[in-house]
Design a protein around this ligand. Structure first.
Ligand SMILES: Cc1cc2nc3c(=O)[nH]c(=O)nc-3n(C[C@H](O)[C@H](O)[C@H](O)COP(=O)(O)O)c2cc1C
Length: 402
């Protein structure tokens, strides 16, 4: 047999090598494109942030809904339906979009509905309306099924000519920022005063901590609760159902959580997007690491909203309205905010399981007053990176005209 010349072998190998490299590179590019690492992300799920004050809807109830759908809400479940007529908007909890064991009493869901109500109230005056909000009375503990929409509040619409609230224009700029914050820059006193001056339901109390024993205890409670959640298989599976695996799934669902908003560095984000989706244990383990190593220690501000009764439906709605205003005020001032509600999620879970409430006891050490029941926990500060925009279902997708 004729020997191959060394040069032929080298060239041959080189050709195979080059071919393999090209195939691999094409594969990487294809996957990078498919996973939204490079190229345009799907646009539709993010459009509601651009058309939130669309002239086509100006002066109509749909303009209020378009502002409402941009609200903060748990796991981006967008658990709302809007039943609209010329004189009223009913805001309904779409209970099918629940978080299972992560929110067994739909408390978080109703906080999120309160956030939507606040955005809608802010959008009323610029659209020529005066609104009165009537929250639906009763206890969250009495809501049974998860298949029927449940009325949360009604907005009664009248014509009005009041000026716009300055927070109105902050609506499309508010985003949850899960990146590291620069704690050394602190938190502006003027904004703390603005927060404290926000008018709210007398059954609510806002706590703000920048340092000291209460700050440390609350930070430790957030970390402990996160570890407990990660150890609870049912909770992380229920949470995981709302994680979207890539742009195509997000294009379809237009709701839920995605890697872009997870607060990863650009390099880590690119790598994470290329890999197959992590199972619930691993993704939530990463979240616990971020909470312990980044979210809590970098927080210039830790805060909480407490209610007289965290399962009272009007109080829960009012807590959401207050949170939305706090977040909008922060956004308008260039400060980042991030809910860290794990300790309250654990209170609900312990109640559901009928186990001793360790989470509640930790809070008592923070507030020093068990008469105030925390229902929402957050951090604030100057972020090292801007937050990415989260997906939304547009107003028309969640509105029924009657
Ligand atoms: C009641 C409630 C609880 C929340 N809990 C958390 C939380 O524990 N951790 C977190 O990162 N974000 C939390 N969020 C923020 C939502 O995930 C976020 O608002 C949603 O994904 C939409 O994104 P956006 O705020 O950027 O519009 C919570 C929001 C609400 C209203």
């Amino acid at each position: 047999m004729k020997n191959k010349s060394p040069s032929f072998t080298r060239r041959h190998l080189l050709e195979i090598g080059t071919g393999a490299t090209l195939v691999a590179a094409a594969g990487v590019i294809w996957r990078a494109n498919e996973r939204g690492v490079i190229g345009e992300k799907g646009q539709e799920p993010y459009k509601p942030w651009e058309i939130w004050n669309d002239p086509a809807h100006r002066g109509t109830p749909l303009a209020l809904v378009a502002a409402g759908v941009l609200a903060s809400n748990p796991h981006n479940t967008q658990p709302w339906l809007f039943r609209v007529s010329d004189t009223r908007i009913d805001i309904l909890a779409d209970t099918s979009r629940n978080l299972g064991t992560f929110d067994p009493y739909l408390r978080e869901m109703h906080v999120g509905l309160g956030c939507a109500v606040e955005n809608m109230v802010l959008a009323a005056a610029p659209n020529g309306y005066a609104v009165t909000v009537t929250p639906h009375a009763g206890s969250l503990l009495d809501i049974g099924g998860r298949d029927e929409p449940v009325l949360a509040a009604t907005l009664h619409l009248a014509r009005g000519d009041a000026p716009a609230d300055p927070l109105y224009s902050a609506i499309p700029k508010r985003h949850t920022n899960r990146n590291p914050y620069d704690r050394a820059r602190g938190f502006p006193d003027a904004l703390l005063h603005d927060f404290a001056a926000i008018p709210h339901d007398e059954n609510l109390k806002l706590y703000l901590f920048q340092s000291g024993a209460a700050y440390e205890t609350l930070g430790a409670a957030i970390i402990a609760a996160t570890d407990e959640i990660v150890a609870d298989h049912a909770m992380i599976e229920d949470s995981h159902r709302w994680f979207r695996d890539g742009p195509q799934e997000m294009e379809r669902e237009r709701s839920g959580l995605e890697l872009d908003t997870a607060g990863l560095s650009p390099a880590l984000l690119a790598v994470a997007k290329m890999l197959p989706a992590l199972p619930a244990e691993q993704s939530h383990g990463t979240w616990a690491d971020q909470t312990r190593d980044t979210h809590v220690p970098s927080a210039a501000l830790l805060g909480l909203i407490a209610a007289r009764d965290r399962y009272d439906r009007p109080q829960t709605l009012a807590a959401g309205r207050l949170w939305q205003r706090v977040h909008l005020a922060a956004g308008a001032a260039g400060l980042a905010m991030h809910p860290l509600n794990q300790p309250v999620e654990m209170i609900d879970r312990e109640r559901q399981l009928g186990t001793e409430s360790k989470a509640e006891a930790r809070f008592a050490a923070v507030t020093g007053d068990e008469a105030w029941q925390p229902t929402f926990v957050f951090r604030g500060g100057y972020a090292i990176r801007d937050a990415a925009v989260s997906a939304r279902r547009g107003a028309e997708m969640v509105t029924e005209t009657v």
